[in-house]
Design a protein around this ligand. Structure first.
Ligand SMILES: O=C(O)COP(=O)(O)O
Ligand SMILES: [Mg+2]
Length: 223
């Protein structure tokens, strides 16, 4: 059997056992992976691009939960942030804050949604988002105010079509609700042990190992 293309979430999936920072053990196996490696994340576009660059693999990226898709030769923008920015402005006007400090590097380059820190109260945010026809998803790393149509799975499909690999051959690994749409489009899906309930239910298999330990286990098994 040939090496399968990979679709990898970042936070919770490539992270160290404490949940923060990339586990350096993933760098070499990914750089040497003999098939496409797609990073599919909720983070803003520059983060997964930089990670591909520093791993040393071609840039194939789904960012902002599917709002931005990079096929290696074209950027596809599938959503816009106007409605989410309005919701967040209302949230602020009610006395709340996004929780990232003045410079807000979490949202500075974000084009199609807005992320709010999980240490901020979510009830009013959800209410305002629902009233605007948007949703709030909790990835375990941030609340994302976004268009409900925007998802990672559609972005993965766009990349597979452009690059020319078969989704049925792909192996995906993830940890949260924003990976469910990815799990639905690929051939085989794995949730790491730290995954939330939505990811556990959607995955073909829930791993015994957490974070990068789980991901490294899968890489060993499917290589
Ligand atoms: O941006 C987040 O909240 C989580 O990022 P992830 O999709 O790479 O886990
Ligand atoms: Mg994640």
């Amino acid at each position: 059997m040939s090496t399968p293309p990979l679709v990898l979430d970042i936070d919770g999936t490539l992270t160290r056992p404490d949940g923060w920072g990339i586990d350096s053990r993933v760098f070499d196996p990914l750089r040497e992976w003999d098939a496409p490696v797609v990073l599919a994340t909720g983070k803003a576009f520059p983060y997964p691009i930089a990670l591909c660059h520093f791993i040393g693999v071609p840039e194939l990226v789904v960012a902002e939960n599917g709002g931005i898709v990079y096929t290696g030769d074209a950027v596809h923008v599938t959503a816009d942030a106007d409605a989410a920015r309005t919701v967040v402005a209302e949230y602020r006007a009610a006395g709340y804050d996004l929780g990232w400090g003045d410079d807000d590097t979490v949202n500075r380059w974000r084009e199609t949604e807005v992320a709010v820190s999980r240490d901020q109260p979510v009830e009013l945010l959800r209410e305002l988002a629902t009233a605007a026809g948007l949703e709030v998803i909790d990835t375990g790393y941030a609340y994302h105010v976004k268009d409900a149509d925007q998802n990672k799975g559609d972005g993965v499909r766009t990349i597979a079509d452009h690059v020319g690999f078969d989704l049925a051959d792909c192996v995906a690994i993830g940890d949260s609700i924003n990976d469910v749409s990815t799990f639905e489009v690929v051939g085989r899906s794995f949730a790491v042990a730290n995954a939330d309930d939505a990811a556990r239910v959607a995955a073909d298999e829930v791993l015994a190992e957490a974070h990068a330990d789980g991901t490294l286990t899968v890489l060993d098994r499917v290589r």
